[in-house]
Design a protein around this ligand. Structure first.
Ligand SMILES: Cc1cc2nc3c(=O)[nH]c(=O)nc-3n(C[C@H](O)[C@H](O)[C@H](O)COP(=O)(O)OP(=O)(O)OC[C@H]3O[C@@H](n4cnc5c(N)ncnc54)[C@H](O)[C@@H]3O)c2cc1C
Length: 445
């Protein structure tokens, strides 16, 4: 029987704790988390802020009581301040201020990530907001009630920034979405797709200020009033910074091997450079099947999967990760976009001899007059090996489930030719006899 200490109990930590305890190995599980809540679905934050859901109640799927009921000892509002990797001890400060020393046989680090705050003048002004925790969403919702907050600037047009721009626009605020890149979502989609989202945002009243670097924030009476970029000045009574996340790895940076962005480097068993220390979720690397190498992709889905893998291995099972493809989706107003793997632009930048095949069609036969929408697909593949390395799909129709097949195709190194002969069913209620996936694959170069 071992004592396993877990640091961090959000998505990765919760998945790991539940996995370990459900194995009923008799191991002792002790957990420390700095926050007051467990399992907040940040993914639902924009829906909550934009009042598209009733409230925040459904955005939690676990809690201290559930995990304690399964057998863990949980300390909430108890940050771990230091780890002695040689002596195998963690040192935490408990909620009442007392210091706690806990020894371990195995340690699981699930400390997640934190928003990057650019070091620009004005970043400490009132109403400059980051969004990560449940508490941040509460702060933003309170501020939106303030009639003085008429304009909001969102800096960073990745998926969180784009979702929040929609949420604030739904409150009738004047929104400016700013990004240094010349479009939104460039990490996940090629220009033909980002243009769809760009037009969608503009048509719905979001002002776009792309291709601009934020230089400073200006305020009046201590409150933010403007964002100044290298190309313009934008009114902003609230500024939301969404430029990315950094792994929280201060605890182990001197004791464990880290990746170029500071994440703990882990193998496919979630083991760090120390055999008895595991790292999971946003604080760790993933194995990226699109590049056949370690990478950093911060997603709740990866956090949960790595938590399950880490949990099994921490209690002595032998479970290997199958790796990830960075599959993701976004729905803004009624435009849905999903992607997995590499974009064509990124593949080319990486020196891969990539090609793509596009197909635009209706989801269902034209004789289906209702609930039928145009669909756009791009499949990216390696011209030398013919293996599929990425896919993007966009529609107003719910095309989300289609991307999972591409995720598996990338994982299993399926060629574009094999995909063109894959058994895809036809029923007019759902699709066309010559469906857009098969057609894109058949028409590949
Ligand atoms: C607004 C928003 C929207 C998102 N939307 C999506 C989405 O649609 N789909 C998706 O897949 N992902 C989404 N994500 C990303 C997803 O939320 C993260 O990938 C996920 O939270 C990572 O989980 P984690 O448990 O690894 O880390 P975190 O959620 O960062 O949790 C880390 C935990 O560790 C604790 N901790 C940190 N340091 C210490 C310490 N020293 N001592 C004790 N405890 C500590 C923290 O209190 C926290 O509870 C979104 C994120 C945000 C912010």
């Amino acid at each position: 029987m071992s004592k396993i200490v877990v640091v961090g109990a959000n998505h990765a930590g919760t998945a790991c704790i539940k996995t370990m305890l459900s194995q009923k190995t008799g191991d002792e599980v002790v957990v420390f988390d700095a926050n007051s809540n467990i399992s907040f679905l940040g993914c639902g934050m924009a829906l909550w802020i934009g009042e598209q859901i009733k409230g925040s109640e459904g955005l939690f799927y676990s809690n201290k009581e559930e995990l304690e009921g399964m057998g863990a000892k949980i300390y909430m509002e108890a940050p771990v301040d230091r780890i002695d990797f040689e002596g195998k001890k963690v040192y935490a400060t408990l909620k009442d201020g007392t210091k706690k020393e806990e020894s371990y046989d195995k340690l699981v680090l699930a400390t997640g990530s934190w928003p990057i705050i650019p070091d620009v003048p004005g970043k400490d002004l009132e109403n400059v907001q980051m969004v990560k925790l449940f508490q941040h969403a509460q702060e933003v919702i309170e501020k939106l009630k303030d009639e003085e907050i008429k304009s909001v600037a969102v800096v960073g047009a990745g998926y969180i920034g784009v979702e929040l721009a929609e949420a604030f626009q739904r409150h009738g605020k004047k929104i400016t979405l700013i990004d240094i890149a010349d479009t939104c979502l460039p990490n996940y989609y090629d220009t033909e797709f980002t243009d769809l989202m760009r037009n969608n945002l503009a048509e719905n009243g979001v002002d776009l200020a792309f291709g601009q670097r934020m230089e400073r924030l200006e305020g009046e009476n201590g409150k933010v009033k403007r964002v100044v970029t290298d190309k313009g000045t934008y009114d902003a009574d609230m500024v939301v910074l969404c430029i990315g996340f950094r792994p929280n790895t201060a605890l182990g940076k001197d004791g464990l091997e880290t990746f170029r962005n500071g994440a703990y480097v882990v193998d496919k068993y979630q083991r760090t450079s120390r055999e008895e220390v595991f790292a999971i979720g946003d604080c760790a690397t993933v194995y990226d099947n699109t590049i056949d190498d370690v990478n950093y992709i911060a997603l709740a889905t990866n956090a949960v999967r790595s938590g399950i893998v880490g949990g099994h291995n921490a209690v002595g099972s032998d479970l290997e990760s199958v790796g990830v493809q960075g599959s993701n989706g976004i729905c803004i107003y009624d435009l849905k976009m999903v992607s997995t793997g590499l974009t064509y632009a990124r593949a080319k930048k990486m020196g891969i001899n990539a090609a793509y095949t596009d197909f635009d069609d209706m989801q269902k036969p034209e004789f289906i007059e209702h609930d039928n929408e145009p669909v756009k697909i791009r499949i990216v593949y390696n011209k030398d090996t013919r293996v599929i390395i990425g896919a993007q799909i966009a529609s107003k129709y719910d095309i989300s489930m289609g991307i999972h097949m591409f995720s598996l195709a990338i994982q299993e190194k399926v060629t574009i030719e094999k995909l063109s002969l894959t058994d895809i069913f036809f029923l007019p209620h759902f699709n066309k006899p010559y469906n857009y996936i098969t057609m894109a694959a058949i028409t590949a170069e």
